[in-house]
Design a protein around this ligand. Structure first.
Ligand code: NAD
Length: 243
């Protein structure tokens, strides 16, 4: 059975994706900077009766990603991974005039370096297999969002990265797509004040926030054989959000 890595798997969309893929029979490696991911992986394994591995990783750090990947190959006794979901993420919001270099760096490092670092680990194995699925997490904020110059820049960068890799890697049977979630009910959006939540929900034709499972379902589709002719695609999961 195919092996899938999900980063940022300890919470929100990553956790829901891990459950979804594990329930579909994939062996799921759940990576997260939070140590809780080890317990979370045990929970997913017992919920889905599947083989699941939980490992800590800081996706923003090259050496951590290298060690993470080596531990996966050793731990599962495999020589490649089939699917990578680059999902780990943070926000450090501030209006640009107040944004610090640290806030800029942290967000760029987790999203852009993180996506680069993890993809570099898996790519040689996928090329050898002539099969692979890479799913990157962008955001509706890629079009610009007040207070999120760092996050919007990173999420727009992920779209360029996705489209370029799709062109470079198609000949190896590897598809590369990005998901653009809108306003999803996870710990990342929990601190949005109710007044602001209402303003955003008013712009969503389906009239509600998305659930982590709404996004996980689309990720699961992109991993499947049914999605084998999709690459370089940017898929909105926004309930129709109008920015
Ligand atoms: P979340 O905060 O619930 O989960 C993010 C996870 O990433 C956490 O478990 C966290 O520990 C992990 N993480 C953070 N930094 C890490 C690092 N350096 N290395 C490894 N793991 C790290 O957030 P979520 O809402 O589930 O977001 C998942 C992805 O979806 C993110 O990329 C986010 O930007 C994107 N997204 C979310 C929304 C939304 O509305 N929730 C909208 C658009 C895009």
């Amino acid at each position: 059975m195919k092996v899938a890595i999900v980063t940022g798997a300890g919470s929100g969309i990553g956790y829901a994706t891990s459950i979804k893929l594990a329930s579909k029979g994939y062996t799921v490696v759940m990576g997260d900077i939070s140590k809780d991911v080890v317990d979370k992986a045990e929970k997913v394994a017992s919920l889905t009766k599947s083989r699941t591995l939980g490992l800590t990783v800081d996706v923003s750090d090259w050496n951590s990603c290298k060690e993470f990947y080596e531990n996966i190959l050793k731990g599962l006794n495999i020589d490649h991974v089939d699917i990578l979901v680059n999902n780990a993420g943070i926000i450090r919001d501030a209006l640009f005039v107040k944004m610090t270099p640290e806030q800029w760096d942290q967000v760029i490092k987790v999203h852009l370096y993180g996506t680069f670092n993890c993809t570099k680990q898996v790519i040689d194995g996928m090329i050898k297999q002539k099969w692979g699925r890479i799913i990157n997490m962008s955001s509706a904020s890629w079009q610009g969002n007040i207070g999120q110059a760092n996050y919007s820049a990173a999420k727009a960068g992920i779209i360029g990265f996705t489209k370029t890799l799709a062109r470079e890697l198609g000949k190896y049977g590897i598809t590369v797509n990005a998901i653009v979630p809108g306003f999803i009910d996870t710990p990342m959006t929990a601190s949005v004040p109710d007044k602001v939540k209402k303003i955003i929900i008013d712009r969503i034709p389906l009239g509600k926030m998305g659930t982590p499972e709404d996004v996980a379902n689309v990720i699961s589709f992109l991993c499947s054989d049914e999605a084998s002719y999709l690459t370089g695609d940017i898929i909105d999961v926004t309930g129709g959000l109008v920015l």
